[in-house]
Design a protein around this ligand. Structure first.
Ligand SMILES: [Zn+2]
Length: 513
């Protein structure tokens, strides 16, 4: 159990995935040839990380807009003073609103930064070096709204002087309307419609991802990166097993690359398609497709047994996502072998037993230097309530909302949390943070550090649970008491109240960190 054997085990994994130095040095198209080998089975774990005690990892996610509005030095002063932050996670790429821009419109402006709302375009918040994109069909990605400001070049030297580390935050959030050629890297749904995200098995999408990663790590002095891939796979999408209230869902991916891969794996791809369409009809039309004598669940289970291809397609989707983890991991290491690479695992993992089963921390640990689960306990109130409504409308339609929630608490091993009616305004307790942290630590067997995300003002409606300083303090204490060697203050500094951010500092001082 030493660094050498740990690295050797990862090199072995990368070798099995078909990723060689020559491929990655060849740039995007090299990565495009990355063949679909799979991470090891869940029974095997990489060697535990070094037991050497290191400084706790106190990270914060922060967008470029905050540095432009408040000034780089002033912003860094605030982060150090309020929350003893020693790791910056600057949002380098996203077209999403959750990690860039100011406060989300409609939410009260926080007690710092410019006191007006903004509009975002999104894209790359660092300079784009075209030579890295020669093999990418996507080229024009520089976010225009902040002029020449570069969240890496303009922030890194100042942060370094203060002893802070820099981990790029890379969100898989795209805006096809602003990205020429997006259709060439896009996922395709079960009905043949182009989706809003990329396909994990599309070689051009893979080339695009590796182009960006190579560009950032070749041109900046970075300590690591974290990728956010917030998608739940086709089966969870079909079952509405997520916390979105948007009815416009795409069951993906059925693009030619995925169909080819499915065939190679021996899956009957037409049966997979038929199965998902049948499932979608069952989920959308409960009244006509649930027989009164059998109820909803029996019909659902019958579909799953009649179409085992549904589960096979779901598993292939998650294995493909893990291949992208491996691809990004290997690409970073080729440029900077010391850089640390990890993954934000979306909030659904602390909400849905289905998604929890899909996200196998032990398997992911093979291509990770750290993992960030996201047990956001305040916004969990309304989000879990929505999740319960969603699954009660499909797979659990034989139950009441309270019964479904009670069952979920049992399945997630949570006790003493609010009833369905109280949930949106009460949120979940700090025990929820401790529970997911401890579970993740146990699952990876100490192989990689677990840095749970701490919810600080993640938006909820004004009459729902809102973050208080004591919530943040309790969540940080819970994470460390559960054994985490660090935390990631989330989602973005621009939406956090300083009084709430200071709750993290209070906990860390109490812990003598
Ligand atoms: Zn595909």
């Amino acid at each position: 159990m030493n660094d050498f054997s740990k690295n050797a085990s990862r090199r072995e994994f990368l070798k099995r995935t078909g990723m060689t130095s020559a491929m990655m040095l060849g740039g995007g198209l090299g990565a495009a040839h990355f063949a679909g080998a799979e991470p090891p089975t869940s029974g095997q774990l990489p060697e535990p990380a070094s037991t050497k005690r290191e400084k706790p990892f106190i990270a914060i996610q922060v967008g470029a807009r905050s540095f432009v509005d408040e000034g780089v030095d002033k912003c860094l002063d605030t982060l150090q003073e309020k929350a003893i932050v020693n790791v910056l996670m600057p949002t380098v790429f996203t077209y999403g609103r959750g990690l860039s821009g100011r406060q989300v419109p409609g939410q009260p402006l926080p007690d710092h930064g410019a006191q007006e709302y903004d509009e975002i375009h999104g894209g790359s918040y660092t300079k784009v070096h075209p030579e890295y994109y020669r093999n990418s069909v996507i080229q024009d990605i520089r976010a225009p709204e902040l002029g020449e400001f570069d969240i890496l070049a303009d922030v890194t030297p100042k942060a370094r002087k203060r002893g802070m580390k820099i981990y790029c935050l890379f969100e898989e959030a795209y805006n096809p309307a602003l990205m020429p050629n997006f259709e060439k890297i896009a996922e395709v749904d079960v009905y043949g419609k182009i989706g809003h995200s990329t396909c994990f098995n599309n070689p051009y999408a893979r080339a695009f991802l590796t182009s960006m990663v190579q560009d950032w790590f070749s041109n900046n002095d970075l300590d690591g990166m974290m990728w956010e891939s917030e998608r739940q796979g086709p089966l969870n999408t079909a079952l509405r097993a997520d916390f979105s209230n948007n009815s416009n869902r795409s069951i993906c991916c059925f693009c030619p690359h995925c169909l080819r891969k499915g065939k190679e794996k021996g899956i009957n791809v037409e049966r997979a398609r038929e199965g998902f369409i049948a499932l979608d009809r069952w989920a959308s039309r409960p009244a006509t497709l649930s027989s009164p004598s059998n109820g909803g669940f029996v019909i659902f289970w019958r579909l799953l047994v009649e179409y085992p291809e549904i589960a096979a397609w779901q598993d292939m989707w998650f294995r493909s996502q893990e291949e992208i983890y491996g691809l990004i991991y290997g690409t970073v290491k080729e440029v900077n072998s010391k850089a640390q690479v990890g993954w934000h695992i979306m909030h659904l993992v602390a909400m849905s037993p289905f998604y929890r089963a899909d996200q196998n921390y032990a398997r992911i640990a093979h291509v990770s230097d750290f993992i960030k689960p996201s047990p956001y306990n305040n916004c969990a109130g309304p989000r879990l309530a929505q999740y319960i409504k969603n699954v009660q409308s499909t797979i659990f339609r034989d139950f009441t909302l309270d019964e479904v929630l009670a069952m979920e608490y049992k399945l997630l091993h949570l006790e003493g949390e609010p009833s369905f009616n109280q949930l949106p305004t009460a949120g979940l307790s700090a025990n929820y943070v401790a529970s997911e942290t401890a579970r993740a630590i146990a699952d990876v067997g100490g192989a990689v550090p677990i840095y749970p995300g701490i919810d600080i003002d993640i938006p909820t409606k004004l009459d729902e649970k809102r973050t208080q300083p004591s919530d943040v303090k309790a969540a940080v204490l819970a994470a460390f008491h559960a054994g985490a060697p660090g935390v990631v203050l989330s989602r973005k500094y621009a939406e956090m109240k300083l009084t709430n951010l200071a709750g993290a500092g209070q906990a860390l001082r109490e812990l003598k960190i």
